[in-house]
Ligand binder design. Structure first.
Ligand code: BES
Ligand code: MG
Ligand code: ZN
Length: 487
């Protein structure tokens, strides 16, 4: 991890790599650059016809020192600054020490401190990599970037301002680590142990094992895990940031299928390895809880994650089986690959009945249908609350983790009625993301507010983007931490 220093001095710096942000071709760099450097840069600006366009850069190198000038464009919001940080990471990660010079941007309502902090955030999450399983490390392949120093024209930088964004970056990286971890290492038991370790932050964690889960009556969840030799766990993570507040606790629920083979309704082999990431919802919930604790958010929030492995075996549940959920409703299992809703249904019921939550969000890599609808751009949002939907859509745009609402209504709900039980676990081939949401809604007490985020597709970046390097994205951490006011 890179170390950031928020230095307010305007004096020239010793770093051999200097980066300057600007929205114009004119330079206001105080004593950050030496006379000769300034001259060379001015020439390069002219040659490159640089006008401060977003993401465009001009650089000079005199054999010893590098100077990089990067444009912010002239319509800048915090997310743009974060993205610049992510873009710059590739360019500067080969250096050990880099200095940034920042001018406040009152035109866009951004202070120098906000700019520095959002750059640092972008560098942190854009510079994420998962390399623990390489046994040979080639020095050249690994980034060095050890220190980044920020200098501001107005001298108004403060390390304290970075605390919360740093916590969120830390949570994003933590969730990505969990998601990239393969299924043979991250079993439900190992995942639960990892969650338990978060207690040092002041979170209260309860882990239920198989017997306790059976005692609670979570038979839908158990039906998913019964084919696996890895026994299930349910983790309940509590953050009580406002002990005296008697308002009901906000609930978060995450799908934690540590590997989804499809079970007896087995998936095709191509791409099946991606299903190690079928626990992304759970990782996002756990990481969000971590961030809430790190930021000491003054709210009471409880996270529940259902951790199971979905495998085919002699003990696996079969298509045609009927199981009784914790809510008492019965479910005919049509397809054992529609397992996430079985896990979530019991966890949603649990969080309302045992944790007294009246407002909740669940997050899950739930359906291929939603993935095919939105590709890598949006997550699907399903909700019975217009207010929560509006908030989530707005915060999605702000955080860069965008969500788009789809309907959940009676017409779609009818499609999951069963001939021999209260419902079946999947509907017809079409509208799969919506019928999955309808299934979940059958486990929501009607007076309660609920939103469901289907993050299948956005959970993983196959190409790599400035803020999401190839691999697990941990989609949802930036959105949910914003929702709870971490940043
Ligand atoms: N985990 C998958 C959904 C998924 C697909 C996540 C692609 C990420 C990328 C889920 O458990 C699943 O298998 N859903 C089935 C449901 C169907 C059988 C009704 C699907 O969407 O195909
Ligand atoms: Mg499945
Ligand atoms: Zn799944």
């Amino acid at each position: 991890m890179t170390e950031f220093s928020f230095n307010s001095s305007k004096n020239s710096v010793k770093s051999k790599v200097k980066v300057i942000l600007t929205d114009t071709a004119s330079l206001n760099v105080g004593k950050f650059l030496k006379e000769e450097e300034l001259k060379a840069l001015k020439l390069a600006i002219k040659e490159g016809d640089f006008k401060g366009e977003y993401g465009k850069s001009v650089s000079v190198y005199d054999g010893k020192n590098h100077i990089i000038l990067i444009g912010t464009g002239n319509k800048v919001v915090k997310l743009d600054i974060q993205t610049l940080g992510g873009k710059l990471y590739k360019q500067i990660s080969k250096f050990e020490k880099v200095a940034f010079y920042i001018n406040p941007m009152p035109k866009y309502n951004l202070t120098s401190s906000e700019i520095a902090c959002n750059l640092a955030f972008g560098l942190e999450i854009g510079g994420y990599s998962f390399d623990k399983y390489f046994t040979k490390k080639e020095a050249s392949a690994y980034p060095k970037l050890e220190t980044v120093e920020f200098y501001a024209a107005d001298g108004k930088l403060n390390a304290d301002d970075y605390q919360n964004l740093c916590a969120v970056a830390n949570a994003v990286r933590y969730a990505r680590d969990l998601c990239n971890e393969p299924g043979n290492y991250l079993t439900p038991e190992v995942f639960a142990e990892d969650i338990k370790r978060l207690e040092y932050l002041g979170l209260k964690v309860d882990i239920y094992d198989e017997e306790q889960i059976r005692g609670l009556g979570m038979n839908m969840l158990l039906s998913v895990s019964q084919g696996s030799i890895n026994s299930p766990r349910v983790a309940v993570i509590r953050w009580t940031g406002e002990p005296d507040n008697k308002h009901p606790t906000f609930g978060l629920v995450g799908k934690g299928v540590t590997f989804d083979s499809g079970g007896i309704s087995i998936k095709p082999s191509s791409g099946m390895g991606d299903m190690k990431g079928d626990m992304t919802g759970a990782a996002v919930v756990v990481a969000t809880m971590k961030a809430l604790a790190l930021c000491k958010i003054k709210r009471n929030i409880v996270g529940v994650v259902g951790l199971v492995e979905n495998m085919p075996s002699a003990t696996a549940s079969r298509p045609g089986d009927i199981v009784k959920s914790m809510s008492g409703q019965t479910v005919e299992i049509i397809n054992t690959d529609a397992e996430g809703r079985l896990v979530l249904g019991d966890c949603l019921w649990y969080i309302q009945q045992k944790e007294d939550c009246h407002v909740m969000i669940d997050i899950a890599t739930l359906t291929g249908s939603t993935m095919r609808t939105f590709g890598f751009e949006y997550a699907g949002l399903f909700s019975n609350s217009d207010m929560m939907s509006r908030d989530l859509c707005r915060l999605g745009e702000e955080s860069g983790e965008k969500v788009w609402r789809l309907p959940v209504n009676k017409e779609y709900d009818k499609l999951i009625n069963s001939d021999i039980a209260d419902m079946k676990n999947c509907g017809p081939a079409n509208a799969g993301g919506i019928t999955a949401a309808c299934f979940l809604q059958r486990f929501i007490v009607p007076k309660n507010s609920w939103s469901h985020l289907d993050i299948a597709g956005v959970d993983k970046d196959d190409k790599g983007h400035p803020l999401t390097p190839k691999g697990a994205t941990a989609f949802g951490v930036r959105l949910l931490t914003k929702f709870f006011g971490c940043y």
